[in-house]
Design a protein. Structure first.
Length: 312
């Protein structure tokens, strides 16, 4: 038995050594711009990676992916893909010893194209091109370096990094929103600061022009064409391309009061015109007594419900 155990251990050691020799990770970009990964890892390293992915999966809101891909197999595969991104983001958050530029994803975008849907360059460095809306989403809260080029594309001047949300403003934003502001979304981690009016279009980096969104809903706002608008009472309105909308308020605030312009539009559709003279009586010109009007309406409502006005 002793010799058999030694032979078995030698075989296992040889197998592990062979796994180490054959380890590899390859990747390439598919025709649609997607990144394809293929890995062959030793058993111990593979178990470590699987554990990291499974842990990251637990931190991702499941309803976001399941809403996109109803098939169970696709759901699990999509969640694992999101988990890989979380693992990468967690590692890149560490302070690099030799400068932060090594841990940044660089996107080259022409300024005119970023501000409007104008033709121009829009691509990840050493990677395929991306859509303009994807570039706007990535640049909502990112360091931006302006490079002035000559007619032949040679750099003439390189400016300083700008546009990222300052730490003090980010603390105020986190305190106000306390997570993703999309109605019903519970995500409080892995969120982005979104410019309601993009800074490339003149939007300011201030609290009234910022909203916290999770990665899923941030993508829906840009690539999904969901429009975000701040209402007069501070509530946020998310309008889908179909015209349906959802209202959202910050934690601890009152429900939205609504959009007064919709009331005006509804009155106009009914042929009603309400102005400062509407509540003026027609006989002597005195203004309406609102207390009397409210009491009269309450009396009419009670009588219609069959309840005596004296009992209330």
């Amino acid at each position: 038995m002793r010799y058999f155990r030694r032979a078995t251990e030698a075989e296992e050691l040889s197998r592990e050594q062979q796994q180490h020799v054959n380890r590899s990770v390859t990747y390439w970009y598919d025709y649609d711009g997607s990144l394809i990964l293929r890995a062959r890892l030793p058993a111990a390293t593979g178990a470590l990676l699987v554990k990291a992915i499974e842990t990251a999966q637990e931190q991702i809101a499941q309803e976001h992916v399941s809403a996109e891909t109803p098939d169970c197999r696709c759901v699990f595969a999509a969640r694992r893909a999101d988990a890989v991104a979380v693992v990468a983001q967690s590692f890149l958050k560490q302070d690099p010893p030799d400068g932060a530029d090594r841990t940044q994803v660089v996107v080259h975008v022409d300024a005119a194209m970023l501000a409007a849907n104008a033709p121009g360059r829009c691509e990840i460095e050493d990677a395929p091109a991306i859509s303009a809306e994807t570039a706007r989403r990535l640049s909502c809260d990112a360091s931006v370096v302006a490079i002035i080029e000559g007619e032949r594309g040679e750099p003439l001047d390189i400016g300083r990094k700008t546009r990222s949300i300052p730490p003090a403003l980010r603390r105020a934003l986190n305190s106000r929103d306390r997570g993703c502001r999309f109605p019903g979304c519970p995500n409080k981690r892995y969120v982005d600061g979104h410019h309601i009016r993009h800074w490339a279009a003149g939007g300011e980096t201030k609290l009234s022009n910022l909203v916290t969104l999770c990665r899923f809903h941030h993508r829906q706002v840009h690539e999904g064409r969901v429009v975000v608008r701040m209402l007069d009472d501070g509530a946020l309105r998310f309008t889908k391309p179909s015209g349906d909308y959802f209202d959202s308020v910050a934690a601890g605030c009152t429900p939205p009061l609504g959009d007064w312009t919709e009331l005006v539009a509804g009155n106009q559709a009914l042929g009603l015109r309400i102005d400062q003279q509407t509540a003026v009586t027609r006989w002597l010109g005195e203004r309406m007594d609102y207390n009397v009007a409210i009491e009269t309406l309450l009396f009419q409502a009670r009588r219609a419900s069959g309840v005596s006005a004296e009992t209330r």
